[in-house]
Design a protein around this ligand. Structure first.
Ligand code: GTP
Ligand code: MG
Length: 430
């Protein structure tokens, strides 16, 4: 037998055989064990709310979970979109839910909306990255890890009755490969029934023609296939939110009261709130979590690992080896490092040469300047010397003239002092 046949033979899995049990063994309790473990562990669910300021995001969250999460209003003057996560521990019966609501604060408020989607995409990616880093750790603690990956994005559409804004289309297009998007028409009580019907059709048409993939309620599980298929046809849900209670008949119901009547939140003839709650919380919450992990996170993980140089083998070639990939990456990294080092060294040498030349040039300039100054100084010195000599000669001539004048003066003085004496002598003689 050829070596390859041998390998194939040893890799082939033996066909499993069906056997019947002689009595009760007990592994039929596995689903119960799973439920019990999940209940003890608790669940996490993370909702991202994207929609313009004041569209009714907080009110809808409060209405959905029948509580009051927060009352803080966002400002309309945010410089850019900011993601604000808030986590709450909720309990219903014996089930614990760690719910995180992430608000895209300031969405749609900027004059230039070109980059509005970016902080949202970055936030979603950052949560995937955190999870991937935890997975890649040698000592992983995924069991008690707080999974912050976004399971669903509720995209709030303004009830204009016209078409979707380009901001909505661009944002949903950027998000659709990263998160399960459920589009909803907010404040649906502000649009008439016939307009709403046309608006829904228009929105779905625009989403399809622009290739935006929204979340489809799964129809592969028989238990929910029918209801999910019906609900898929109702998208986008037109919802009304309110935590105010109004008396209708003899019952208190959550509603919005207007001078002309009452809009009941949980009345399916008034809006799709119940449909949304049913689909989001009661039927498909686990599928949303599942899809996040198996589709969106998987895509992120694959791209990230490929970027890092890891690759799966195609069936025929060698199986994927972490060691080999690591070695190849290490070699690639080292040669890149060497190249960079050589580049830096060359750059340094060039810089030193350049500086040396510059310094030499400066030295030559300085020397020239010095010589020039020296010449000037000698010239000045010579001139001063000449002047000094001239002055000396003048002083000598002056002194000579002065001495001659003094000699003449003393002669004259001598002559005048001799004359009266002679006169006296002459007088005596006479
Ligand atoms: P920010 O967090 O500040 O961006 O606002 P938000 O999107 O959370 O809106 P919020 O829930 O604070 O609601 C803003 C206003 O809209 C409030 O006055 C709500 O009462 C009102 N509102 C909320 N939901 C609805 C709705 O379904 N219909 C109508 N007509 N008004 C609504
Ligand atoms: Mg709010």
């Amino acid at each position: 037998m050829a070596a390859t046949d041998l390998e194939r033979f040893s890799n082939a899995e033996p066909e499993p055989r069906s056997l019947s049990l002689g009595g009760h063994v007990g592994f039929d309790s596995l689903p119960d064990q799973l439920v019990s473990k999940s209940v003890t562990q608790g669940f996490s669910f993370n909702i991202l709310c994207v929609g313009e300021t004041g569209i009714g995001k907080s009110t809808l969250m409060n209405t959905l979970f029948n509580t009051t999460f927060e009352t803080e209003e966002a400002s309309h003057h945010e410089e850019c979109v900011r993601l604000r996560p808030q986590t709450y521990d909720l309990q219903e019966s014996n089930v614990q839910l760690k719910l995180t609501i992430v608000d895209a604060v300031g969405f749609g408020d900027q004059i230039n909306k070109d980059e509005s989607y970016r902080p949202i995409v970055d936030y979603i990616d950052a949560q995937f990255e955190n999870y991937l880093q935890e997975e890649l750790k040698i000592r992983r603690s995924l069991f008690d890890y707080h999974d912050t990956r976004i399971h669903v994005c509720l995209y709030f559409i303004t009830p204009t009755g016209h078409s979707l804004k380009s901001l909505d289309l661009v944002t949903m297009k950027k998000l659709d490969s990263k998160v399960n998007i459920i589009p909803i028409i907010a404040k649906a009580d502000t649009i008439s029934k016939s307009e709403l019907h046309k608006f829904k059709i228009k929105i779905m048409g625009e989403l399809v023609s622009n290739g935006v993939q929204i979340y489809q309620f799964p129809t592969d599980d028989e238990a929910v296939a029918e209801i999910n298929a019906v609900m898929n046809a109702h998208l986008p849900f037109a919802v009304v939110g309110s935590t105010e209670e109004v008396k209708v008949g003899n019952k208190l119901v959550r509603a919005r009261q207007y001078p002309w009547g009452v809009v009941q939140v949980e009345n399916e003839n008034h809006c799709d709130f119940v449909k949304l709650r049913e689909m989001l919380i009661r039927v498909n919450m686990e599928d949303l979590r599942e899809q996040t992990h198996s589709r969106h996170y998987e895509l992120y993980r694959r791209c990230k690992l490929e970027e890092m140089g890891f690759q799966d083998s195609d069936g025929d070639s060698q199986p994927f080896s972490l060691q080999e990939t690591y070695e190849a990456k290490r070699k690639e990294f080292l040669s890149e490092l060497q190249r960079k080092e050589e580049e830096m060294r060359q750059m340094f040498v060039n810089k030193v040469k350049e500086t040396e030349l510059e310094l030499k040039e400066k030295e030559r300039e300085l020397h020239e300047k010095f010589e020039h100054l020296k010449r000037l100084h000698q010239e000045e010195k010579r001139k001063v010397e000449e002047k000094r000599r001239e002055l000396e000669e003048e002083t000598n001539a002056f002194n000579r003239r002065k001495a001659a004048v003094e000699a003449l003066q003393s002669q004259a003085l001598h002559a005048t002092s001799q004359q009266p004496l002679k006169k006296d002598k002459d007088k005596k003689k006479s």
